[in-house]
Ligand binder design. Structure first.
Ligand SMILES: *[C@@H]1O[C@H](CO)[C@@H](O)[C@H](O)[C@H]1NC(C)=O
Ligand SMILES: *[C@@H]1O[C@H](CO)[C@@H](O)[C@H](O)[C@H]1NC(C)=O
Length: 522
């Protein structure tokens, strides 16, 4: 995943712990005197009734030899250093080698009559799997094959060795994101060997430059499909996980499906003033004016957007898993919302989930110590909350700066992604939710979230409104640090489960409608 949205989630834990403490003291008395609603959430037994109408369901049972091949194929993939150093410098030798590896370990994917394989922009892969029922709208499974650089320093095993140790496979890409690229093809390969023919068509898309923009991979594939008139029911990419051990007082893991991601804007601020000698300085210089402007921006937070994203729904659903009084507080955000959001914003990570963030990242002015500079410039990086747009943020910025000597130039910007649907009618979301509960019975609840970084899936917004980010692997605070960091690894069990998840998900998609959940009052 690009831009370290992961470290982000690690902070969730600290934030919610602070929340627990803060809320306890403040509202306990209030809770006692109010008659409040308790949590309502669907029960785990609702999963019955799945199935592919009129078809035999293939059980997810694999031989020892198959499981060995599954893990060896991943190790070999890790050993190919498909490093993206910059958008113009990716190891193309390794990308080519990676394509050869796919052919070798997934032969059925390349020899089945109803599967078409295309190479896009030399290194990205697009598989079209033609289903038997053209009435079912197709979907897409998305992943990327490039990785960020990993110098050997600090690693317990060399980052491109793919070594196995204590039940883990180590190496760059084991989580971000060769695990997904390999598991998707692996699951389909195993299904094909069992003579599976899907009813619903789908695409598998593997981009080769996600870490450095996606402009030659995902963007070209999206444009290609758009030119063919393809519409997708939903797309599943990386970007969120099964969270384990993140919340104090919350023993069971819970799954977060990210239904949106933040937008971004790089803005240049500039102040020009008459140059001169420092011996007779004017009352204000461009440096002073610009410094005051950016300082106001840093001191004045953007509006708190709590309630305009998914955080409210997320907290309400998590509520049932907490004890008193947190359960009461979180199920009654109509009254406790303001205080909860006030406490949440103290954690930088959660703050990033509930508002547009402002990061002053560059400041340039002056060339000589005795010369008043004629111009000063500052660069600011904004991450835009899904409840806002680029023009709205610009207007707020101008109102905060409130100085017409400051000029603005948008260097580049993209709007946040709209929230993909996550109600009972949302096929992609419900399909994920049900499959999570089938394969990971230990998961207590599945909630919608927002990704504060960016992934390839945002480039597909023209061909689908159901963009979901979910990587079916458990994450604990420790493993988060390994993303783009040291000792990235995946347990063999977790990888097998990921393959099994996809094996089930692909079969589950062969239905017109996810069965209605039964909601019980608890
Ligand atoms: C690029 O990949 C090739 C083939 O896998 C490898 O031999 C080479 O060392 C890599 N180059 C860099 C700079 O990582
Ligand atoms: C979607 O389509 C519009 C209009 O053709 C285009 O300008 C835009 O770049 C496309 N978006 C993406 C993410 O490709």
């Amino acid at each position: 995943m690009a831009h370290r949205n992961v470290a982000a989630k690690a902070g969730l834990s600290a934030g919610l712990r602070a929340l627990a403490v803060g809320v306890m003291g403040t509202v306990l008395a209030l809770v006692a005197v109010l008659l409040l609603r308790t949590a309502t959430f669907p029960r785990l037994d609702e999963l019955h009734g799945w199935g592919r109408p009129g078809a035999f369901r293939i059980p997810a049972q694999f031989s020892e030899a198959e499981l060995k091949a599954v893990k060896e194929a991943l190790k070999e993939a890790i050993r190919i250093p498909t490093v993206a150093f910059s958008s113009e410098n990716i190891n193309t030798t390794a990308l080519t080698e990676f394509g050869e590896h796919l052919r070798k370990v997934f032969p059925s994917m390349f020899s089945t009559s109803f599967i078409q394989h295309e190479i896009v922009e030399k290194y990205s892969h697009l598989f079209t799997i033609h289903g038997s029922n053209p009435k079912l709208e197709p979907y897409m499974l998305l992943a990327h094959i490039d990785v960020v650089p990993a110098p050997d320093d600090g690693w317990e095993v060399p980052p491109f060795s793919g070594l196995e140790r204590d039940g883990f496979i180590y190496g760059r890409g084991t989580l971000d994101n060769k695990n997904s690229a390999m598991a998707i093809l692996q699951a389909m390969e195993l299904l094909l060997r069992r003579n599976y023919v899907p009813q619903r068509s789908f695409y598998i898309s593997l981009g080769h430059d996600e870490e450095v923009s996606g402009k030659y991979g995902a963007q070209k594939i999206a444009a290609l499909l758009e030119s063919r008139g393809v519409r997708l029911s939903f797309i599943i990419d990386e970007g969120s996980y099964i969270m384990d051990g993140f919340l104090a007082g919350f023993k069971k893991p819970f799954a977060v499906i990210a239904v949106s991601e933040k937008g971004g804007m790089n803005l240049k601020l500039q102040v020009d003033s008459a140059p001169g000698h420092s011996s007779a300085p004017p009352k204000e210089t461009s440096i002073g004016i610009l410094a005051a402007a950016v300082s106001r921006l840093e001191q004045t937070p953007m509006p708190n957007m709590f309630g305009y994203g998914t955080e409210k729904n997320m907290l309400e659903q998590l509520a049932g898993q907490f004890g008193f009084p947190m359960n009461i507080v979180l199920t009654n955000l109509w009254i406790f919302g303001p205080i909860v959001s006030r406490i949440l914003e103290k954690s930088p990570v959660i703050n990033a989930m509930i508002r547009t963030t402002v990061a002053l990242t560059m400041f340039n002015a002056g060339i000589k110590v005795n010369v008043i500079p004629s111009t000063s410039q500052a660069m600011i990086n904004f991450r835009i909350h899904p409840g806002q747009t680029i023009p709205e943020v610009l207007e707020i910025v101008q109102n905060i700066v409130a100085d017409d000597r400051v000029q603005y130039q948008v260097l580049n910007a993209f709007n946040p992604l709209p929230l993909s649907p996550y109600d009972h009618e949302a096929f992609g979301y419900q399909l994920l939710r049900r499959t999570i509960r089938d394969v990971f019975p230990e998961v207590s609840v599945v909630v919608p979230g927002i990704c504060i970084g960016n992934t390839d899936v945002r480039l597909y917004s023209n061909i689908s409104t159901g963009l979901y980010r979910f990587n079916p692997v458990p994450m604990n605070p420790e493993s988060f640090k390994s993303f783009h960091g040291l000792n990235e690894r995946i347990s063999i069990k977790a990888y097998e489960n990921q393959v099994m998840f996809l094996f089930e998900l692909i079969q589950n998609a062969d239905t017109e409608k996810v069965p209605e959940p039964h909601v019980h009052e608890l």
